[in-house]
Design a protein around this ligand. Structure first.
Ligand SMILES: *Cc1c(COP(=O)(O)O)cnc(C)c1O
Length: 465
């Protein structure tokens, strides 16, 4: 029997401490051994049924580490190239432990966590090269950040009345993005009530960059037809082929046309830390009105965490702030503080995501993070060289940054990808480029080496003979 005040805490803290130390050992052993642990198919029965009966902590920890942990997504492995999934940082385990211990609610009030998030946001806006009027908020990812950014764009275009009146009185809007830009934009427009038909896809050049004269023509045509341009989406790192739009050209046009410029920089944001020539891919990003990015992708900060950065902090705040009397700020005490993140987004209650980002940047430093990014881009270039040297493989798109897409002479790419995954020889995904089915590698793993790239291509080649 447990007693009042003790129902949910350990009855024996020393025993709990030993369980926690054992768990930490198991977790660190797994992280250290990640190279030997490729993705594996989960069993049909996972044995994770819940019936509401209490079970001893040590048994539950062991059950999780034995029967759930082995069947993770596989992105901790250096030959996981299938999707743009971050690897996860060892220091993140420590940061998550601290955040769980503090259990801060980062929606508002005056406490330490908000200052950490403020610093993270300021670092992100500075690194992007945004003006010092810029601010932002950490989100669950780029999808949520895109909703926030386009809501701010809408508030600027049509005034704050849209918050009260909704979209009934608004003209039909258009949002422009390159063919191949991410589906999260359409989803944001669905959620915002405009509908995905408001997306207008603009043709691209050989490097999959938005054709800016075609963009201008589309805007002119839509205006002539009474439609209201809401935003131009520049892409920094397209999910299909790793393309970067010419962000300076888009910024020039957006300024001239007085249209909001948003950049989907989910992973491409991090090219800002890379060496030349990769850094230059995202030149001009700081001129955007808003940027959406993920920390859970390329830098490997644990899921989930993205950010929405907006160049006009006051507009951002006015788009979302709404506090009833019981949430009003006081001059001092816990209800004080000038920065309540609930004023900048959707959520009132929110966790301390900032700590894992802050800890990553603080311990590793921007240089090492940039080196990992640069290495991944060089690895994609190496993969392209190996493909070009192979009689069986054909590169189907120039490698621009960290993605490589190629076709095979023989066999079905979907089956080849699945066979390689099941054999633990590497995770590719598939994509159709110019009508040709391809294997696709999106290289974002900080553990990946040139040898992993060579081994993966050797494994693909072995399917061709
Ligand atoms: C992953 C991705 C998104 C969506 O981001 P989430 O964090 O998964 O919501 C949007 N755009 C691009 C280019 C992406 O790679």
């Amino acid at each position: 029997m447990t007693k009042e005040g003790h129902h949910l805490d350990p009855t024996d803290w020393d025993a709990f401490g030993r369980d926690m130390h054992d768990l930490l050992e198991t977790c660190l052993t797994r992280m250290k051994g990640a190279r030997d642990l490729p993705w594996q198919q989960k069993p049909t029965e996972m044995g994770v049924e819940l019936d509401g009966t209490a079970t001893p902590t040590a048994d539950v920890f062991t059950q999780i580490t034995d029967t759930v942990m082995p069947y993770a997504t596989g992105n901790t492995h250096p030959a996981f190239f299938g999707w743009v999934h971050g690897t996860g940082l060892p220091v993140g385990v420590g940061a998550e432990l601290i955040a769980a211990t503090m259990n801060s609610n980062c929606g508002g009030r005056d406490h330490g966590a908000a200052e950490v998030e403020r610093e993270v946001i300021n670092w992100l806006t500075r690194t992007a090269g945004m003006p010092n009027t810029a601010f932002g908020i950490l989100t669950t990812g780029t999808s949520q950040a895109t909703i926030l950014a386009l809501s701010a764009a809408r508030a600027r275009a049509f005034g704050m009345d849209v918050r009260k009146k909704g979209i009934r009185a608004l003209p039909e809007v258009r949002v422009y993005m390159a063919k191949g830009a991410h589906s999260c934009v359409a989803k944001a427009l669905e959620i915002m009530g405009h509908g995905s038909d408001c997306v207008r896809q603009i043709p691209v050049n050989d490097m999959s960059q938005m054709d800016v004269p075609a963009l201008k023509a589309a805007i002119d045509e839509d205006r002539a037809n009474g439609l209201a341009p809401l935003a131009i989406i520049g892409t920094a790192g397209s999910v299909g082929v790793g393309a970067y739009d010419d962000l300076n050209a888009i910024a020039d046009l957006a300024a001239q046309e007085e249209i909001w410029m948003h950049v989907d920089a989910a992973f491409g944001y991090w090219s800002r830390l890379a060496d030349s020539p990769y850094r230059e891919l995202s030149d001009g990003i700081g001129r955007a009105d808003s940027i959406a990015l993920d920390t859970h992708k390329w830098p490997g900060v644990q899921y989930d965490c993205g950010a929405c950065l907006i160049s006009d902090r006051d507009l951002h705040r006015s788009t979302f702030s709404s506090r009833p009397a019981y949430l009003e700020s006081a001059k001092s005490g816990l209800a004080g503080g000038d920065l309540w993140f609930c004023d900048y987004g959707i959520e009132l209650s929110r966790g301390f995501k900032a700590l894992k980002v802050w800890t990553a940047i603080k311990t590793l430093g921007a240089d090492a993070m940039g080196q990992a990014i640069t290495d991944n881009c060089k690895q994609a270039a190496l993969m392209a060289d190996l493909v070009n040297a192979s009689p069986h493989l054909t590169l189907q798109h120039d490698v621009i940054s960290n993605l490589c897409c190629f076709s095979v002479a023989k066999g079905d790419v979907t089956k080849i990808a699945a066979d390689l995954q099941n054999a633990g020889k590497g995770v590719f995904s598939t994509i159709t480029v110019n009508g040709i089915p391809c294997l696709r590698a999106a290289i974002v793993g900080h553990r990946t080496t040139s040898n992993d790239i060579r081994a993966a291509i050797t494994a693909v080649e072995a399917t061709q003979t």
